[in-house]
Design a protein around this ligand. Sequence first.
Ligand SMILES: C[S@@+](CC[C@H](N)C(=O)[O-])C[C@H]1O[C@@H](n2cnc3c(N)ncnc32)[C@H](O)[C@@H]1O
Length: 228
Amino acid sequence: MLFDGNNILEEESSDFNTDKKKYVKSKRDDKLRRGSHFTKWYNFYFERIRNRKLNILEIGIAGGGSLNMWRNFFPNSKIYGVDINRKKLEENKKSLRGIKVFIGDQSDETFMADICESIPEGLDIIIDDGSHMNNHQIFSFKYLFNRMNSGGIYVIEDVHTSYRSYYRKKSSKSTIEYLKKRIDDINVHGRLERYYAENILGQEELSYYEKTVESIHFYPDICFIFKR
Ligand SMILES: C[S@@+](CC[C@H](N)C(=O)[O-])C[C@H]1O[C@@H](n2cnc3c(N)ncnc32)[C@H](O)[C@@H]1O
């Protein structure tokens, strides 16, 4: 059984308020409401690499709960945050000490270029929990996945927004439709069957994503894209 209920990330995160967990404390009345339960999937992939020295970036800091959770779970890694709202940083400055936060829009190419430039070692894990607007999710993926280190993991949260018109208003394609194309890229040997059969497959015949997308794993409302 792959998922045995073991979730060290959730167990060790009682101090951190993020809706990635089973329950999240509501700001309004301090009551617990159901979270997204994403820690189950995160734990599955991240537990085995938690002691590595990684560069991890999350888009969307809100109250800082998830950035603090990552800092706690990955003791040897550098954690970076991105948010469009400077207030999120000001309000949580104390708890975010030691975490570098970039303030700007995840759909702004110049801003994204500045982030990549200031992390010359490259990023190993990227989590998009920002605006959830489909054009932003697609833009950030296109920009950052290409620049992420080999073997990296790119995560897009809240992909249910692909089915909500509000989040799609500026996208001709939903994020899920876009990712289905990346599934086609994984199965490139279908497109190039004849070449495979003749054993003459050359890298030059492959598109960027055909060369680099190793696998894509979908779970309810979250998607993990692995870079070769
Ligand atoms: C869902 S919250 C993040 C929650 C946090 N990751 C957690 O798990 O505790 C989304 C955040 O994305 C930020 N955001 C919204 N639009 C954005 C954009 N275009 N670029 C960057 N951040 C954005 C919001 O200010 C908000 O803080």
